[in-house]
Design a protein around this ligand. Structure first.
Ligand code: AKG
Ligand code: FE2
Length: 334
């Protein structure tokens, strides 16, 4: 198959060979269990101490949690998902204007994960955008659908504010000053991946996204309200995190694992596909400034597990590798 994107509207009757995983690498969907106990945290909880405690526990035990009453309106999230769907429904020649397989581009439409490096592809197209500072990047974003820039800018601003509130709570949960993480991460970049997974003829042979950890600090994921696909690895099992109405899924990225000196986990997660329905997800990534130095916050009596490094150094390493390798943080251990 030599088309650059899989969101062509064509329904495939069988999976092209370069998407088929070897038997030992397949998702084994019948073994996946539903994760009922991933914490759902109400951010309007009036008891701050309790809120911080719940967030800390979720970060330590799961590396993942969901938030509700997060201050972002249902209208904004609905508009975001709708515009994402509309974008991927655009004619192929319109979409190809945005196509690039160069990971250093600040705006690009691409497919799979790292098409130039990988040998087996993934059943995903994605639009990747840099979102901060907005006025620097917004003019390069797609101009169709016509409301794209407006809807996505509004959403990005709201998500950024939510992310900062969460980072403050996470700082406190590590017994650090509320602004500790924000200060260490510098003027944080914000990237977005709008993921589109078309219906897949043989979902048990491939992935939307294979197991990976997120290289950034914090990820705020908006899932399609109806279609499941996200799975996290916990207690040696893959668990499905089904969409919870109105919730965002929050996960700790590699930088917070390093900054917390391994107390909080950047867990493996993946997206699987299905034969019946397309699926959309919108991942917003808060990333340290390139020049920010990540220094593990040690507790008294413990030493740093990771060496100090800059985010620039880390990001370069991450994108130079394949997703199916060991945790990138392993390479930064003391
Ligand atoms: O589509 C999903 O649910 C997961 C997306 C994801 O993990 C990512 O974009 O990093
Ligand atoms: Fe991810």
């Amino acid at each position: 198959m030599d088309t650059k994107l899989i969101s062509s509207g064509v329904q495939y009757s069988s999976l092209p060979g370069n998407y088929i995983r070897s038997e030992s690498e397949r998702p084994n969907l019948s073994k996946v269990i539903t994760c009922d106990d991933i914490p759902i945290i109400d951010l309007c909880c009036t008891n701050r101490t309790q809120l911080i405690h719940r967030i800390g526990e979720a970060c330590r035990v799961f590396g993942f949690f969901q938030v509700i009453n997060h201050g972002i309106s249902g209208e904004s999230t609905k508009n975001m998902i709708e515009i994402a769907r509309e974008f991927f429904k655009l004619p192929m020649d319109e979409k190809l204007k945005y196509y690039s397989d160069d990971p250093t581009k600040t705006m690009r439409l691409s497919t799979s994960f790292n098409v130039k490096k990988e040998t087996v592809h993934n059943w995903r197209d994605y639009l990747r955008l840099h979102c901060h500072p907005l006025d620097k990047f917004v003019q390069d974003w797609p101009s169709s659908p016509p409301q794209f820039k407006d809807v996505v800018s509004t959403y990005c601003k709201e998500v950024r504010a939510l992310g900062f509130r969460l980072l403050e709570a996470i700082s406190e949960s590590l017994e650090l000053q509320g602004d500790y993480i924000e200060k260490m991460l510098g003027d944080q970049e914000q990237h977005m991946a709008i993921n589109y997974y078309p219906p897949c003829p043989q979902p048990d042979l491939t992935y939307g996204l294979p197991a990976h950890t997120d290289p950034n600090a914090l990820t705020i994921l908006l899932q399609d309200g109806e279609v499941s696909g996200l799975q996290v690895f916990k207690d040696d099992k893959w668990m499905a995190v089904n969409p919870h109405p109105g919730a965002f899924v929050i996960n700790i990225g590699d930088q917070l694992q390093a900054l917390s000196n391994g107390r909080y986990k950047s867990v493996w997660h993946r997206a699987v596909v299905n034969s019946g329905k397309e699926r959309v997800s919108v991942a917003s990534f808060l990333c340290p400034a390139n020049c920010a130095t990540i220094i593990p916050a040690t507790q008294s009596g413990s030493s740093a597990i990771y060496r100090n490094f800059t985010y620039q150094e880390y990001y370069k390493k991450f994108w130079s590798r394949n997703l199916d390798q060991e945790h990138c943080l392993e390479l930064f251990k003391n």
